[in-house]
Design a protein around this ligand. Structure first.
Ligand SMILES: *Cc1c(COP(=O)(O)O)cnc(C)c1O
Length: 411
């Protein structure tokens, strides 16, 4: 028995049976979310018992959709470090800055959580193959977890997707296809092909299980901060799984009485070249509209028409947060800054958060004494590095080499 009570449509509220393999709402076609019997969860587990369990995504198993005894398809995802960033905070003139370093997940990004959970759950419920449109990391993670359980996987990515993510999917034995356009074009292909193959469509938030994996970031953050929430949370926003998932974790814990007070103010961060959530938020719209000609080197942010725009905007409004777009140069500068002052080579998507924080600070939208959480969603190694000064080529006698080194280091 799991602690799932039912699966609910986030728009029309229609109830679905949690024991069936589900995609979108069968009444209205909108996004589904798993609901739990939180009173039963509360009776079954304590904070103290939880603290004794092994680290990882299934630590708080009662708040995942897994059945009793269900073996997860796992590569050790979750349990990533929560890092204080005192030097970056000092540099930015902020009081308290944290990063959840999701780049330390298997496959180098937080996509491991969502796809580990979705592949686990959908396989148990009968899936015999998977198909996914991706901007890079999701395809790599889906391929890895599909390989881990020996099932086939098709990955469709836009041409120009970072090479390491494509290689990651290929080496794991996935069927990898490229297409002209963006993840939206790739999504159309998957939507058409997956049902014909009888493979499960893992598109962002078009099934309810990836959300439950991403949600575990919020469960971990709550425990790691001593069962309290930060003032502000910044999230690099593509399809919005974590943007919807982390507040879902906080709300479930609050309903259980494990957390109290308001949720953090959630800010969506996007790139200026693809900012449908920022635009819709500024217009006070109910949902997003497609962004024409999306361009950004932060591949995970190149999502022109997210399926869950409505649900993301609801989170931003309900938490009195907001949405900010940053430039490509600001992303590259921030990526170098975070590596230089904290030693973290984070992905361009997460570097965008640091660029956005300076904007929010300057506008007075985020106070300097606020406690701010950054979700560092991926590792930098998987992308083309930002422009860097080249290494210095040494040559000559011992004395000449010493002189060259001295000149370079200024000592
Ligand atoms: C996918 C991805 C994002 C965007 O995440 P969503 O949940 O789709 O909004 C951000 N950063 C990285 C590194 C990603 O791979």
């Amino acid at each position: 028995m799991s602690f799932v009570s039912h699966v609910e449509c986030t728009v029309c509220g229609a109830r679905h049976d949690g024991k069936r393999l589900l995609t979108v709402c069968e009444q209205c076609g909108q996004m589904l979310a798993v609901r739990y019997d939180l009173a039963r969860v509360n009776a079954a587990v304590t904070k103290e018992a939880l603290a004794q369990r092994p680290h990882g995504m299934y630590r708080f198993r009662e708040l995942t959709p897994l059945d009793d005894g269900e073996e997860p398809v796992t590569l050790g995802e979750g349990g990533t470090p929560l890092l204080a960033l005192p030097r970056l905070a000092a540099h930015l003139g902020m009081r308290r800055l944290w990063a959840k370093d999701e780049g330390q997940n298997p496959t180098g990004s937080f996509k491991a959580r969502g796809l580990g959970m979705a592949i686990t759950r959908s396989r148990t419920l009968g899936a015999r193959g998977f198909a996914i449109p991706s901007a890079g990391n999701a395809g790599g993670a889906a391929a890895a977890y599909a390989a881990r359980c020996g099932l086939p996987c098709a990955v469709v990515v836009p041409r120009g997707t970072p090479a390491a993510a494509v290689a990651e999917a290929l080496i794991a034995g996935a069927h990898v296809f490229t297409i002209e356009g963006s993840i939206a074009t790739a999504g159309k292909v998957v939507g058409q092909v997956a049902p014909q193959l009888g493979w499960f469509d893992l598109s962002t938030l078009k099934e309810p299980y990836r959300l439950e994996g991403k949600k575990t970031i919020g469960l971990e953050l709550a425990a790691e901060l001593g069962w309290r929430m930060p003032d502000v949370l910044l999230y690099p926003t593509g399809g919005g799984t974590g943007l919807v998932g982390i507040p879902k974790a906080y709300e479930e814990l609050r309903a259980m009485g494990w957390l109290s007070g308001p949720l953090p103010r959630v800010f969506a961060v996007q790139a200026e070249g693809c900012a449908p959530v920022v635009r819709a938020f500024a217009e006070g719209a109910e949902t997003t509209t497609a962004w024409e000609d999306p361009t950004t080197h932060a591949a995970g942010l190149r999502v022109p028409s997210p399926f869950a725009g409505r649900q993301m905007l609801r989170v931003l409004r309900d938490t009195r947060g907001g949405a900010v777009a940053v430039s490509e140069d600001a992303i590259r500068d921030a990526q170098r800054l975070v590596a230089r002052v904290e030693g973290i080579w984070t992905a361009p998507e997460s570097a965008a958060l640091v660029a956005a924080l300076t904007v929010l600070r300057d506008r007075g939208d985020v106070a300097r004494d606020a406690e701010v959480m950054l979700v560092f969603t991926g590792i930098g190694f998987k992308y083309e590095p930002p422009p860097l000064a080249p290494p210095i080529a040494l040559a000559g006698s011992d004395e000449e080499i010493l002189a060259q080194v001295r000149r370079a280091v200024g000592a």
